[in-house]
Design a protein around this ligand. Structure first.
Ligand SMILES: NC(=O)c1ccc[n+]([C@@H]2O[C@H](COP(=O)([O-])OP(=O)(O)OC[C@H]3O[C@@H](n4cnc5c(N)ncnc54)[C@H](OP(=O)(O)O)[C@@H]3O)[C@@H](O)[C@H]2O)c1
Length: 332
């Protein structure tokens, strides 16, 4: 297989290097319905690799389990050339809906993930959500042991805020934070980005296309499949979409002047923000994958960045990240 390289970026200061734009694989087995054909997805991942992609994102909970199996099978022919990122922290192996980052549980599920991924090491292992019942120092210590044993190369957190990141980093240096960050979700800028910068930690924005919204392909909620998880998200309710689409209009205007697409502008904005940012847009379509990695060639001037920042500052986006009851339960 050939691999035309895509620009690389460093995450953290421990040596982790990834494609500037990764591939989020969740939607290949989870969340966005109807789900695509599995064999087609294996083909997509292999073609993506041929086109320079080397950073693949999955998690134990996607499927559950089936997404790791899919990614493991797809990258097996070129395993050593790619970075596999996966995540632990839900209690899926025990069939419970809650979190579980207890050290003994991490030790069990890492072995299961390795098996499903057909590998003997995980390049980047994230805690999927902060577990309020387990001190982050214990999690960091356990993952530190896995790193020393060679089962994990680098580690990260997802959706954690500054204090947790600092405490974790003090025990086992963190290479990346994976959190939602995009033109319409900029909460991280005030509190979390300065901490990442200070500690030299990379950022992997998930849902960098606003779960598809920023691409301009979603005009109303009724377009989404009945089982599509976005139907339960506040930002995808009809009244919210009506207000929030102001940002899509602006992105589209800038895209038109640059001969780019709205998806490319959303990704180029992230790449231009900081050199330690590597977004992981998810797609199940080759043509969109090609469009998305094309964002690496779209350069936004400072003036264009300011225009987007100011416009997004002015819009009072309707709808939180998750339903209120989920946000209330969430530890950061
Ligand atoms: N850590 C976490 O808690 C967490 C949470 C969510 C996601 N993630 C990770 O982040 C990855 C990406 O996030 P995400 O999938 O939620 O959101 P996203 O990347 O912002 O958007 C994905 C959606 O956009 C569509 N899309 C992709 N490229 C497009 C294009 N060029 N034009 C039009 N539509 C396009 C996809 O549909 P098609 O498939 O039809 O193209 C899909 O519906 C996931 O795959 C997962 O690995 C992590």
């Amino acid at each position: 297989m050939t691999n035309n390289s895509l620009e690389k970026r460093k995450l953290g200061t421990q040596g982790l290097e990834v494609s500037a734009i990764g591939l989020g694989c969740m939607g290949m087995s989870h969340g966005y319905t109807p789900l695509p054909d599995r064999n087609e997805m294996i083909k997509l991942i292999r073609t993506a690799y041929d086109k320079g992609e080397t950073f693949f994102d999955t998690a134990e909970v996607y499927g559950p389990f089936t997404n790791e199996e899919l990614v493991g099978e797809a990258v097996e022919p070129f395993r050593k050339e790619v970075v596999i990122a996966t995540k632990f922290g839900w209690d899926v192996a025990n069939g419970n809906p809650g979190l579980n980052s207890r050290p003994e549980h991490i030790r069990i599920v890492v072995e299961q993930s390795l098996k499903r991924l057909r590998t003997d090491y995980i390049d980047l292992y994230y805690q999927h959500r902060v577990d309020p019942n387990v001190p982050i120092e214990d999690v960091a210590g356990t993952v530190g042991d896995l790193i020393r044993e060679g089962k994990v190369k680098y580690w990260g957190l997802s959706e954690a805020w500054s204090e947790t990141i600092r405490r974790a980093h003090a025990v086992t240096p963190v290479s990346a934070l994976q959190s939602e960050y995009s033109i319409w979700f900029r909460d991280l800028e005030k509190h979390v980005l300065p901490t990442l910068e200070e500690l030299g930690i990379g950022l992997v924005p998930f849902s960098p296309l606003g779960k598809g919204f920023l691409t301009g392909h979603i005009d109303n909620a009724s377009q989404l499949d009945e089982k599509d998880f976005r139907r339960n998200l506040p930002r995808f309710q009809e009244d919210a979409i009506a207000v929030n689409k102001a940002i899509v209009d602006l992105i589209r205007k800038i895209a038109d002047t640059k001969g780019a697409t709205p998806a490319q502008i959303a990704l180029a904005w992230l790449l231009a923000k900081k050199p330690y940012i590597s977004p992981i847009p998810g797609t199940t379509k080759l043509v969109r994958f090609e469009e998305n990695i094309g964002a690496a060639d779209v350069e936004l001037s400072q003036e264009e960045m300011n225009q987007i920042n100011e416009a997004s500052d002015k819009i009072e986006f309707v709808g939180g990240q998750y339903p209120e009851e989920v946000l209330k339960r969430m530890a950061r």
